[in-house]
Ligand binder design. Structure first.
Ligand code: DGL
Length: 270
């Protein structure tokens, strides 16, 4: 998948390491419409969200932080992911962003409530938009969610999906080997190693959820494997499975949030 047009993404200029956004004595001015949107992820996966945001809001600038020094987040404790997320948010605020998008399901599950309470700008996570899109897509009311260990352990998707529709049956599966494969760039539809791993995870899910018709890619890295996931899922279930990810829905939510706060960029980019 091509990265978003780099001319629209401001270079990251500050050290993401540092004390949490709260309690460090730094006062941030109220956000301005001319400022950029901040997006962070544990690595390259959030570029799928950045691309969707730039497509939906072409007049906006983005500051993107991919914490590739500490990826993967998905095998770490909730407290550690919360600390990393606070570091990332602080970095984005120092780069004067007007909205923070947590383009990482693991960080959204561990830190959304805290960052919403602590930051002086709006904060959107990845879980609710993905759950809403999945609830709208399913016909069988049986939904699968694949994600990192931390996301699955948090129960965030079950809660968000059942809040959308209490009648849904939700089956989750942690797929911890997928992020390292994707960060390695082994994302081709016919990559033999990635296919073996995907087939093994989805076969186990197929056994538990034969009536599943919708699969949430509950990790922003996974859309980079979408052609492979789509093909293998179709083979295992014997019919096309709807793959849902949060990128599009997050872009829509960002547009709505900026409009609500009267922070949409006033000028088209040159
Ligand atoms: N991209 C992140 C997510 O959406 C997780 C990758 C990781 O384990 O760091 O959950």
């Amino acid at each position: 998948m091509p990265a978003p047009d780099s001319s629209s993404i401001a270079p990251a200029t500050r050290d993401p390491q540092g004390p949490p956004a709260d309690g460090d004595g730094v006062a941030f001015a109220p956000p301005l419409a001319t400022q950029a949107i901040g997006v962070f992820d544990s690595g390259v996966g959030g570029l799928t969200v950045a691309r969707a945001v730039l497509a939906r809001l072409p007049g906006e600038r983005l500051v993107y932080l991919g914490d590739t020094a500490r990826v993967p987040y998905g095998m770490r404790s909730a407290q550690t992911v919360l600390r990393y997320s606070r570091n990332a948010a602080r970095f984005l605020l120092h780069n004067t962003v007007k909205l923070v998008l947590i383009a990482c399901n693991t960080a959204s599950a561990a830190a959304l409530d805290e960052l919403r309470a602590e930051l002086p700008v709006g904060v959107l996570g990845a879980v609710e938009p993905g759950a809403a899109a999945a609830a709208a897509a399913t016909h069988s009311a049986v939904v699968g969610v694949i994600g990192t260990l931390a996301t699955v352990r948090s129960g965030a998707y079950e809660r968000a999906l059942l809040a959308q529709n209490p009648a849904l049956k939700v089956h989750t599966a942690a797929c911890p080997l997928l992020v390292p494969l994707i960060e390695e760039g082994w994302t081709a539809e016919h990559d033999p190693v990635s296919e073996l791993v995907v087939r093994r995870y989805l076969t186990e899910l197929r056994q538990r959820a034969p009536a599943l018709d919708t699969l949430v890619l509950g990790c922003t890295h996974y859309p980079l494997l979408a052609p492979l996931l789509q093909r293998v899922a179709g083979e295992l279930w014997g019919h096309p499975i709807a793959l849902v990810d949060s990128a599009q829905a997050m872009a829509e939510a960002a547009a709505a949030e900026l409009a609500r706060r009267q922070l949409l960029s006033p000028d088209p980019l040159p």
